[in-house]
Design a protein around this ligand. Structure first.
Ligand SMILES: [Zn+2]
Length: 95
């Protein structure tokens, strides 16, 4: 019975859609804090961070966090998060 259960779980995992874990920072940049990293236990998840500290220009960025190592990944910015973006390759300046 235990063997069947394990196989069943592996099949389920193969069907899983990518996990997106989203939260916002109201006062700091869109970069994982030490607390975020310490709670990041899903190596397959996309950790999406939005900074709302500038009310006119929200910043959206996405990361993988594996064993405490942060790797930024490219993200397609949705219009509503970057109203100042004029073209696909015209990324807003980052300070
Ligand atoms: Zn955070």
């Amino acid at each position: 019975a235990a063997e069947q259960l394990r196989v069943h779980r592996e099949m389920e995992r193969a069907d899983e859609v990518p996990v997106v874990i989203y939260h916002s920072h109201t006062a700091t940049e869109a970069y994982p804090s030490r607390t975020d990293v310490s709670y990041a236990h899903e190596p397959d998840a996309h950790y999406v961070l939005v900074s709302t500290r500038d009310p006119e220009r929200h910043e959206l960025r996405s990361y993988r966090i594996v064993d405490g190592v942060i790797t930024e990944e490219p993200v397609e910015v949705v219009d509503s998060y970057a109203p100042q973006t004029s073209g696909a390759d015209d990324a807003p300046d980052r300070t």
